[in-house]
Design a protein around this ligand. Sequence first.
Ligand code: UTP
Length: 245
Amino acid sequence: MKEWTRCTSSMSVIHVVALGGSLLRPEEADDREMWLGRLRQLVVHLEGNGRKLGLVIGGGLPAREGIQLAQSSIKDPRRLDQIGIAGTRINATVLQQVLLEIGCDVAPLVPHSIEVARTLFDHHHVVVMGGTEPGHTTDTVAVQLAASVQARHCIIATNVDHVYSKDPRHHDDAEALMELTLDELAAITGVGTPLAPGASAVIDPMAVQAAMDASLDLAVLDGRDLSRLDDALEGKEFIGTIIRA
Ligand code: UTP
């Protein structure tokens, strides 16, 4: 557990969170209800405190399914990426409409670019979006958005609890890392090389590059337990990995 020292609860701050698409669909239906309910509470609470939030949603199941469906017929990865982007926007629309339903001040548009997303913050507390263009994942979109709105950091909420020293799925001796630098992260994940359409990694190497370009701190945490995201947003100690620029 590490203190997220540079976080602040200042009213003017815009927080940016990448939410992995898998988080929207826990295996158990009851868990889905609970997760969405907890996310609603978290957003209502932030908005009530006058804080702004950019949520960038991954494509999860619809992106993966769409890409798999087309993979044998399409060779151009940019076309497959376009299918993935459509999946991210379905998920973004689900969250946007759920939050609008309870009266949150969410932008009525799911923006397709960082520029439009940034302008929507002039009039709304919450902006929900998915992907923008081929060649990266929503992790990169979140880092680019965080840099563009001068957020203090970008939080990547995914379905693993930490960044590990090696892939824990294949190495029993992989160590959970509490804190590292962007350079150290780059040595683990790679940097600046696009993932194949639909491929998964703890962080997209393009996002690592974008964070380096913007000198932006990152946090990686398990978004299945939204209390960890809440802690990170509140500037408290949280369970996860801090990555310093
Ligand atoms: P995701 O952002 O969902 O990938 O994009 P991910 O992070 O690996 O998956 P989850 O959702 O967090 O589990 C899915 C796919 O959509 C395309 C890419 O092909 C990516 O693999 N995509 C997404 C883009 O091409 N551009 C974008 O801006 C976003």
